[in-house]
Design a protein. Structure first.
Lengths: 385, 529
């Protein structure tokens, strides 16, 4: 298809971090790509997360690790990527837990060093007397989600890709067994191939095509403090928290209970935070007693979708066979350099060149019972009561 | 996938269900803010037999003052503010109605910050009841209520000029509080920016308190406020320089030592006015923080004060009522008190919405914009518009990252103009990229001017200036103060780093193997990353 205002060779629905990375990878391969989003790029969970990039559980891990150190250069914009992570314990149970993870990673060939309490305090100056030690991941790292999503968007544009904000996908047009276009309030955009990376809204977009994508949305919360003196390793967490010290010095942490919610086809109507900020503040103060006097200046919540097993779905469908769907089930930011690559491969080549991801196929849910959410206690709160 | 092998229980131990506790204390009526509207609301509530809590954050700690929270204090407080207990006495004595409130049985709590307001709404159903978050310098807690009246007043409007980020540059609310409630103002000679009623009243108050007023500065061709007030000042020789803008504030050892003024749009010789304080009294802004975090709808209404609750005085969202300046500027103290009484009666279910007081017919946004335009023309683009994050006007409009990041060539090609090709300006997006409005003052000093600058840079009318939302805690609170140190067992036992889905973290190669079962037994869902 020649480049047209009314369409693109590949349309990506969803300018979250996964969709944007896919668009960037496609644009790098010279594909005419267009990204449609209901709002602003990276507006939802893609920019409201802990920024971690250390996902040893994923088949995309090797590519994640290979790509991150290259991203600033390849994108042309800073992502604030920093290497490695330190996880520290303030209870024996946590320490045991982290040591188990160290062993598990070691078995896979990923180096994790155990550190004792004194080493931990030397590496993490804000840690306190309550620190019992921890682990030092000699891989992975973290980056600034807000800056990274915009970097993907800009880099895609620099390669000729188009990004349409405030342009929600209302439905997918299908003809002859193929997706032929995306209907939006601004008109219908034609495509040769389609990537659906619309987060919680994937299910609603795919259902009319006879494709059942089991997803449940939930709300989770984070807090952030004013800047603390910069630590050598900003990727410090533990004590039931995920998060990091940003390059500015702010401490940004999340964790704790989530609330299952209904999915609104138009996107979340609101992202309310709760007094959970107090429980987060307590855990940050325990994790980093040297920062306990620092002010919390913001809290926020974001909406995340999960699959029934919490693992991603990255799959090029059989029907329609020009549609690829992608959800990272709440663990998408750090893996995005790799997930975009995988999506690019599926769209162009029909298979992923650098990893085996068969276990991420949608077909694993073919026999899922209709009440899978209720089985897991994942019904929206109002119904669960 | 081994879904059929899973033994699901029908509950999610890591979901929020049942984990958020109810409030620590309960009242029929909670009133936030002890200005004219709030005091009247609390007294009315007590008169009607309700149990009433009246909280006011004043006196705030010297640390909050140092962050210009909640007002723009500009570092011009005396050391007296460091003795909070003494200051509570001072603030109490400065308002005779407090004693009346005590006598009426109202639980009056001074020096207490209201930092969060929560109620179940879209995508939030887990709260056992609506709650207000409170804190002092030591700890935080929550209170429940049958109804709450927000009478949170107004805060300062700050606009940047050369030298504005130094001690001695402050807002009218900050000066007013230090002079009347705290009796702790450290300046002697003041230049007042603006000539509306706010500026005229500020100058008169300063004079009444024995200070010198060097001049009032007005960018428009004529004084904007009540002619009688103008005449009163002029009669005693206080000059009002019209068609004039502040160009800068030279520094001395204690901050401001002078104001340099000159004609609007002109580059001719300026005039230096000796002073130790420059008080920006162009306008104030309704304090909508708590209503915003509670999900109240915020709209733009120039006459009422810019970004204001969509609701007028009365019920803004179910159970949450607003009264006084936070519902819209421009009424007298007497009118605010009458409104507070009426809203309290409404909150207690006794009568319908109070009669509206028509705001004065003054186009506040146009006035603010006139000031902004004059200041932009007189101020180098390298001057920071966001003090906390040190973001200059040039970097804001260039959408450039902070100084600790590299600026590769491609970033130099990006700007507000290129972003506008993707959609209308979005203050949240600009915040994330430039860090403007992301600092420790919670954007009290910059959010309005950043919004207006973005509108100006986008050729949009000032009414369409984008808005940055408020987030709890709407006062900066230390981790150890905000922390819940008496956490419920349910919260602790159900806590997980993420969703607690055990299969989520199984190493890919181990899926479906014995090792997966082993990992799950060892770690449950809590696989830290």
């Amino acid at each position: 298809m020649t480049k047209s205002a009314n369409g693109a060779s590949v349309i990506v629905i969803g300018a979250g971090v996964t969709g944007l990375s896919a668009a960037w990878w496609l644009a790098r391969s010279g594909v005419d790509v267009m990204v449609l989003d209901k709002g602003v790029v990276g507006w939802e969970a893609s920019s409201r997360n802990g920024g971690g990039a250390s996902h040893y559980q994923s088949p995309l891990f090797d590519e994640e690790q290979r790509m991150w150190p290259l991203m600033d250069e390849l994108l042309g914009y800073p992502t604030e990527y920093q290497r490695e992570r330190v996880i520290i314990a303030v209870s024996e149970r946590q320490l045991h837990h982290y040591h188990y993870i160290a062993g598990m990673c070691g078995d896979m060939g990923y180096r994790v060093d155990k550190i004792d309490a004194q080493q931990a305090r030397e590496m993490v100056p804000l840690a306190g007397d309550n620190c019992l030690g921890g682990i030092h991941l000699r891989f992975g790292g973290h980056a600034n989600p807000q800056r990274t999503v915009q970097a993907y968007a800009w880099a895609t544009q620099d390669l000729g890709g188009r990004i349409f904000q405030h342009c929600p996908a209302l439905s997918i047009e299908v003809a002859g067994g193929r997706a032929t276009g995306v209907v939006t309030p601004q008109g219908t955009f034609a495509c040769d191939a389609l990537v659906v990376a619309a987060g919680p809204q994937i299910a609603g977009l795919m259902a009319p095509l006879g494709v059942d994508v089991p997803l449940a949305a939930a709300r989770a919360e984070m807090i952030v403090t004013e800047p603390a003196p910069l630590m050598r390793w900003g990727g410090v967490d533990g004590n039931g928290l995920y998060g990091r010290q940003t390059l500015r010095g702010n401490l940004a942490y999340g964790g704790g209970p989530h609330e299952w919610i209904d999915t609104d086809p138009a996107g979340p109507a609101a992202r309310p935070a709760t007094p959970l900020a107090r429980n987060l503040a307590r855990r940050v103060a325990e994790l980093l007693p040297g920062a306990a006097h620092l002010n919390v200046i913001r809290s926020w919540s974001g909406i995340i979708e999960n699959t029934p097993d919490g693992r991603p779905i990255i799959d090029r469908l059989r029907h329609p066979d020009n549609v690829t769907i992608a959800t990272m089930s709440g663990v998408g930011f750090g893996l995005s350099p790799a997930s975009g690559h995988a999506i690019r491969d599926l769209v162009i080549d029909g298979q992923v060149s650098f990893a085996e991801i068969d276990k991420l196929a949608l077909s694993r849910f073919a026999d899922l019972p209709v009440d899978w959410r209720s089985q897991r206690g994942w019904d929206p709160f109002a119904q669960a009561a | 996938m081994g879904d059929s092998n899973e033994a699901f229980t029908g509950t999610d131990a890591h979901a929020v269900n049942g984990k958020l506790p109810g409030a620590d204390a309960h009242y029929d009526l909670v009133v936030v803010g002890a200005g004219p509207a709030g005091l009247a609301a609390a007294l009315e509530g007590a008169a009607q037999g309700a149990s009433v809590l009246l909280v006011d954050e004043h006196p705030v700690s010297s640390a909050q003052m140092g962050n210009d929270v909640p007002f723009w204090f500009g570092g011009r407080m005396t050391g007296a503010v460091q003795a909070k207990a003494r200051m509570i006495e001072q603030v109490f004595m400065a308002q005779p109605l407090f004693e009346q409130a005590f006598d009426a049985g109202i639980d009056v709590q001074l020096g207490v910050y209201a930092w969060g307001l929560w109620r179940n709404r879209a995508n939030l159903g887990a709260l056992p009841e609506p709650m207000l978050g409170l804190a002092d310098e030591e700890r935080s807690w929550t209170v429940g209520f049958k109804a709450i009246v927000l009478a949170t007043g107004a805060r300062d409007l700050a606009l940047a000029f050369d030298g504005w980020a130094q001690p001695g540059v402050m807002g009218a609310q900050g000066l007013h509080a230090l002079l009347t409630r705290y009796d702790a103002f450290a300046g002697r000679r003041v230049v007042v920016l603006g000539s509306g009623d706010l500026a005229l009243d500020t100058a008169q108050l300063a004079l009444d308190k024995g200070l010198e007023v060097a001049a009032l500065i007005e960018v428009l061709p004529a004084p904007q406020g009540d002619p009688a007030k103008v005449a009163a000042l002029q009669a005693i020789g206080v000059p009002i320089h019209c068609n004039t803008v502040i160009r800068g504030a030279p520094s001395g050892i204690d901050g401001v030592r002078a104001a340099v003024i000159g004609p609007v749009g002109g580059d001719g010789p300026g005039q230096t006015l000796d002073c130790d304080t420059i008080c920006m009294a162009v306008d104030v802004v309704p304090a909508i923080e708590l209503l915003d975090v509670a999900g109240g709808r915020i709209v733009t209404d120039s006459a009422r004060g810019g970004h204001v609750p969509q609701a007028l005085a009365g019920q803004a969202v179910p159970g949450v009522f607003i009264a006084g300046d936070c519902a819209g500027l421009g009424q007298s103290e007497q009118a605010a008190a009458a409104q507070g009484r009426a809203v309290a009666r409404q909150a207690l279910g006794m009568e319908q919405a109070p009669a509206e007081s028509a705001p004065e017919a003054f186009d506040r946004l146009a006035y603010r914009q006139a000031w902004l335009r004059a200041l932009v023309a007189a101020t180098p683009e390298t001057v920071h518009v966001c003090q906390c994050e040190e973001v200059s006007r040039a970097d804001l409009l260039g959408v450039q990252p902070p100084n600790y990041l590299p600026r590769p060539e491609k970033l130099g090609c990006r700007s507000l103009e290129t972003l506008l090709a993707d959609g209308p300006p979005d203050q949240e997006q600009i915040k994330r990229l430039t860090r403007a409005c992301m600092g420790a003052c919670q954007a009290r000093r910059c959010r309005e001017q950043v919004g207006m600058l973005l509108a100006m840079g986008s050729n949009l009318p000032v009414e369409q200036a984008p808005r940055a939302g408020w987030r709890a805690p709407v006062r900066p609170l230390a981790l150890k103060v905000l922390a819940d140190w008496n956490e419920a067992d349910a919260m602790r036992e159900g806590w997980d780093v993420w969703f607690g889905i055990p299969t989520q973290w199984t190493p890919y190669r181990d899926i479906g193997t014995e090792r997966e079962a082993m990992h799950r037994e060892a770690l449950g869902g809590n696989m830290h990353l």
